[in-house]
Design a protein around this ligand. Sequence first.
Ligand code: NCD
Ligand code: ZN
Length: 344
Amino acid sequence: MQQTLTLRRPDDWHLHLRDGAMLEGVLPETARHFARAIIMPNLVPPVVTGDHARAYRDRILAALPEGMAFEPLMTLYLTEGTDAADVRAAAESGLVKAVKLYPAGATTNSHGGVRDFDKVRGVLETMAEIGLPLCIHGEVTTPEVDIFDREAVFIDTVLDPLRRANPGLRVVMEHITTEQGVAYARSGTDLAATITTHHLVINRNHILVGGIKPHYYCLPVAKREQHRLALREAAMSGDATFFLGTDSAPHVDALKEHACGCAGCFTATNTMSVLAEVFEQDGKLDRLEGFASLHGPAFYRLPVNEATITLTKGAPVEYPTKIETGAGPVTVFDPGFPLHWTVK
Ligand code: NCD
Ligand code: ZN
């Protein structure tokens, strides 16, 4: 039986770090294991311009504890007023690695997102020209569409037309949750998809059966078991289309355990342990390095990390149920099974 596993240091291709006291509290949880992360721009107010991104990167680096190495890969929040020249300058300086598209109203702090895709045509043309990826939150927000269908409907009615209208645009389907997402990601060029840790573990029953579990509620919401199985197959297939984006999204417990609870699972603390367990359950531990450390840099055209991490297997590891931050306690994702792998 395999007892150790050494991988190139992983990266997280979709991460929420927030700002201020929350940033200080959660940043070490990611930097402990991950070399780099694509930093989501949905702050209040959002990170819209190159100047905003530079200032946010500086706040992240200032919050990094002494002795930890971590590189934030910055993104811009696409609005109908985004200036193509600013995007180009921010990308060409090396500061910004992607632009994030939130359909207006789709998720936490997305009200400034895009309603009319014609208004962002110039920005998308520039991005296609310079090869800057567009990270897409792929859910329609139409009230008539059932929340469990919003990803599949988005693919047909928004994503596919958008890609046809913008040939050469490099797209990352963020945090896919459905078999339709897996199939579409496989079908195209200049196309990739991130998969979260928690969507490999939970289906919608975990949220709703036996009492409502607010800490399993995130967006896109977890779907039926058949979809979870499709995500596991994709993540462990070795196909470089698919890579890790944890979407670790901290909210304080008071706002999760609430009559109108916030969406987001906080997985930064135990993600590598959970992933190793899940890949081992399916007999695919040898595919973990591709998913967590190799496929992402390949799509983003960045070098892989030279450093490594080693996981060891032993008696179940106990993680704290919560981490304390200056903003309040944040509950750590509970996969619901023992975790035997730990990062040395
Ligand atoms: C994210 C957040 O809280 O910022 N929430 C979530 O459920 N994933 C936003 C997002 O990525 O949709
Ligand atoms: Zn997210």
